[in-house]
Design a protein around this ligand. Structure first.
Ligand SMILES: *Cc1c(COP(=O)(O)O)cnc(C)c1O
Length: 339
């Protein structure tokens, strides 16, 4: 299968599978798993944080970050398009009694400081207590500028808020900017990283932060049912993802630009190439094309796409340039049947 639906679909490579088979393990709820412990301490140091916790998913890592910073009746500011507002089942409210305050994202994915300022609540019993600003980088494939991150740090310091980064794809941002990951991480009080997206691990995310925040997160992770036992099996693959895959993301980004360019050759598809910053391609699709039918026909040819308009296509370690060529020729061949 050539799968363009997401970068979550990668399969663990041979080296990861071998490392999983060979992993030294223990009971991580007792703190006994040497592979998890090594991953957490390496990750904390590498990204400039005091501590880290290995989580089952990015959703869990974000929720633990929010529950670490906020108490019942507190509030976090975030984007209207933020994953931890729109796509995590309302977990902060459902499970943390934390109120989201979404702000319309600007075109480049940032949140305007005047709008954020206006949303901070006065200290008064009528209002939730605004505690945290949560940003996302990359957001819909877009990279937040480094100077914006510095301004966000200034903003939160001025308003006595904490700053969290949903960094599910933060390594894609670092790769696109061609900077060390620390140049992004250094602005934040906490940051999540998905190991199972572009970095290609089968399972797992990290939450990074202060000792105090991570201790609190560790308690909530157990409460949420996320205390895993011999989790070193997963951490072994995650470690390879984190250490070896960041440098491979540039290839995914190049493939995304190639995919965008090739899609522009197909009638009915239009990609703004200048909008491709990382591994996501958004194509405008002619209304004449029956997308659901197209997706089914491509599936019969072992190609998976999401039948949405605009259509989001994602490149990752399991998509090569030759696969893109195969996709474009199958797409062109199927078009007459779906008009
Ligand atoms: C995928 C994603 C998450 C959640 O990760 P899961 O592992 O799917 O729970 C969080 N934030 C962003 C921006 C994501 O893309």
């Amino acid at each position: 299968m050539i799968d363009f639906r997401s970068d979550t679909v990668t399969r663990p490579n041979a080296k990861m599978r071998q490392a999983m088979a060979d992993a030294d393990v223990g009971d991580d709820v007792y703190g006994d798993d040497p592979t998890v412990n090594a991953l957490e301490s390496w990750a904390a140091k590498r990204h400039g944080f005091a501590a880290a916790i290995f989580c089952s998913s990015g959703t869990q890592a974000n929720l633990l970050g929010l529950m670490g910073h906020c108490e019942r009746g507190d509030e976090y500011l975030c984007g209207q398009q933020a994953h931890n507002y729109r796509f995590e089942g309302g977990g902060a409210a459902v499970l943390g009694s934390i109120q989201p305050q979404p702000i319309e994202n600007e075109k480049d994915g940032t949140l305007a400081f005047d709008k954020l300022r206006g949303a901070i609540k006065p200290i008064d019993p009528h209002f939730a207590r605004t505690r945290l600003l949560s940003l996302e980088n990359t957001i819909n494939g877009k990279v937040l500028p480094l100077d914006y991150l510095a301004q966000a740090r200034e903003f939160v310091d001025k308003h006595d808020l904490k700053l969290h980064l949903d960094g599910a794809r933060v390594y894609n941002a670092a790769s696109a900017l061609d900077v060390d990951i620390v140049e992004i991480a250094k602005h934040f009080d906490s940051m999540t990283i998905c190991l199972s997206k572009g970095l290609a691990a089968p399972i797992g995310s990290l939450l990074l932060g202060s000792e105090e925040l991570i201790a609190k997160a560790r308690r909530w992770r157990k409460v949420l049912g996320g205390g895993m036992r011999q989790a070193g099996i997963l951490a072994a693959a995650a470690e390879i993802a984190l250490k070896e895959h960041p440098e491979k993301l540039a290839q995914d980004h190049e493939n995304a630009r190639y995919l965008g360019k090739r899609l522009n050759e197909v009638p009915g598809f239009e990609v703004k190439l200048e909008h491709i910053q990382t591994n996501m391609v958004f194509a405008k699709v002619s209304r004449d094309i029956e997308l659901k039918v197209l997706a089914e026909k491509l599936k019969a040819k072992n190609i998976l796409i999401t039948p949405s308009a605009p259509m989001r296509l994602v490149t990752h370690a399991d998509v090569q340039q030759g696969d893109i060529d195969t996709f474009i020729s199958e797409l062109t061949a199927q078009l007459p049947a779906v008009l």
